[in-house]
Design a binder for this molecule. Structure first.
Ligand code: 5GP
Length: 191
């Protein structure tokens, strides 16, 4: 998606070898007009999939997921990072290793909000090693729901997550795919 790629070129900054900072428009200050265009693009790509629910993970996926849900006219559920154990069995629960914080979180979704009647589109801001999407897919599977696919704003294609998920037959759509990046030369895209 050219609009997003242009914005990354203009306002994104590379930290070290593998962190792209986009917090002036994507995951701290949020450019909602850009999100709207992204939501329409996700709808174009997943138009005939019968999506009736969007699933994301807190915190930085929520904004994009909400605006995307306006295009799909469906609700959004976000997986919550949880401190408490699932004693009563009323939640689905999985573990996710955070790329940016380097620690493992338990994340949960209430069984009230995800079930076998759902056809789920997963939305997130970044795809790196794939841990966040794999955790969300695990929750979809626990719920017996159908997975239409996953849409991410930015895939760092030099990291293994996207290839691994596609090899499992999961449809992954990225609006901007980063081929390589460095502090000196900035960001280069796959196509
Ligand atoms: P993964 O689980 O695929 O390794 O990483 C995805 C999660 O890590 C995303 O939800 C995103 O919040 C965070 N993340 C991964 N790479 C980056 C990055 O380069 N920049 C930022 N801002 N967040 C990232």
């Amino acid at each position: 998606m050219e609009l997003l790629k242009e914005r990354i070129r203009r306002d994104g900054t590379v930290k070290g070898t593998d962190v792209l900072k986009v917090d002036s428009f994507l995951n701290h200050q949020m450019d909602v007009a850009l999100f709207e265009a992204m939501g329409r693009e996700f709808l174009r790509r997943f138009a005939d999939c019968g999506v009736n629910k969007i699933l994301t993970i807190e915190a930085s996926g929520i904004g994009i997921a909400c605006v995307t849900a306006q295009s799909f006219h469906c609700p959004v559920v976000f997986a919550k990072k949880s401190q408490t154990k699932n004693i009563a069995g009323e939640v689905y629960s999985t573990r996710v290793e955070s790329f940016t914080h380097g620690r493992v979180y338990d994340v949960i979704v209430s069984k009230k909000f995800l079930g076998s009647e759902d056809n789920v589109l997963i939305i997130d801001d970044f795809l790196a090693n794939g841990a966040a999407l794999e955790g969300l897919i695990d929750l979809v599977n626990q719920a017996g729901a159908r997975l239409a696919g996953a849409g991410v704003a930015i895939e760092k294609a030099f990291q293994p997550g996207g290839d691994r998920l596609r090899a499992k037959g999961i449809r992954v759509e990225a609006l901007a795919r980063v081929k390589s990046m460095s502090e000196e030369n900035g960001v280069e895209f796959v196509d």
